[in-house]
Design a protein around this ligand. Structure first.
Ligand SMILES: CC(C)(COP(=O)(O)OP(=O)(O)OC[C@H]1O[C@@H](n2cnc3c(N)ncnc32)[C@H](O)[C@@H]1OP(=O)(O)O)[C@@H](O)C(=O)NCCC(=O)NCCS
Length: 177
């Protein structure tokens, strides 16, 4: 989906990404092991400008995804993404993921602000009632960002998923309308 809207957040804004937004910092950030440590799909293969453009295009055309770029007031290029996917109208549910690929932006409240804005839009504009995120238990920054954005922990999935080859617990968080 490519809704015509920008969502303001403290210190920046979100806007749905188009292929022309793809820049080298975005591609390099996705390939950075510190950034992609907990991003299964991203690190499964080396990202290139082409693969990232294909990803952006697929989400723009998909009726069940919205991929926003996260812009700060200081940066002309986006510094991260927040993505609603698996939007399921029948149940009113969706999944959400976040990645600030520019590490200079970590720890300033940007992640929680982006999650909160996208979640609010999903509830208010799409009428969804349950937005869900999974985080590896070692990813404390992600868990705290979702908690700060108003999410609550709903269940754990112990041992199903591998992190660096080792079975681990994924903690599932949800925001409810
Ligand atoms: C996870 C991520 C989005 C967090 O964004 P952020 O802008 O750095 O987070 P915020 O500044 O909004 O901080 C949110 C909370 O996490 C805490 N936090 C931030 N970094 C932390 C860290 N490394 N360890 C523990 N807590 C941390 C903050 O103190 C804050 O807590 P509070 O709200 O209780 O005060 C960002 O680190 C990121 O994109 N990481 C790489 C990709 C990733 O792991 N995505 C999530 C996959 S589930």
């Amino acid at each position: 989906m490519n809704p015509e809207l920008a969502l303001p957040i403290n210190g920046g804004f979100l806007r749905p990404l188009v292929e022309a937004d793809v820049h080298q910092g975005y591609v390099d950030g996705l390939n950075d092991p510190l950034v992609n440590r907990f991003l299964d799909g991203v690190k499964a293969s080396v990202q290139t400008a082409g693969s990232v453009c294909d990803f952006v295009a697929a989400d723009r055309l998909s009726p069940s995804s919205v991929l926003w770029g996260v812009w700060t007031d200081e940066s002309p290029r986006h510094v991260g993404t927040v993505r609603l996917h698996g939007i399921e109208r029948r149940h009113g549910t969706a999944h959400i993921g976040i990645c600030l690929f520019d590490q200079r932006c970590w720890g300033r409240g940007l992640g929680s602000a982006a999650i909160a804005a996208a979640t609010r839009w999903a509830i208010d504009a799409l009428g969804l009632r349950w937005i869900e995120a999974g985080a590896y238990e070692a990813n404390l920054a992600s868990q705290r960002a979702f908690l700060s954005a108003g999410y609550v922990e709903v269940f754990d999935i112990p041992g199903k998923y591998l992190l660096e080859g080792v079975p681990t617990t994924v903690k599932v968080y949800a925001a409810r309308a």
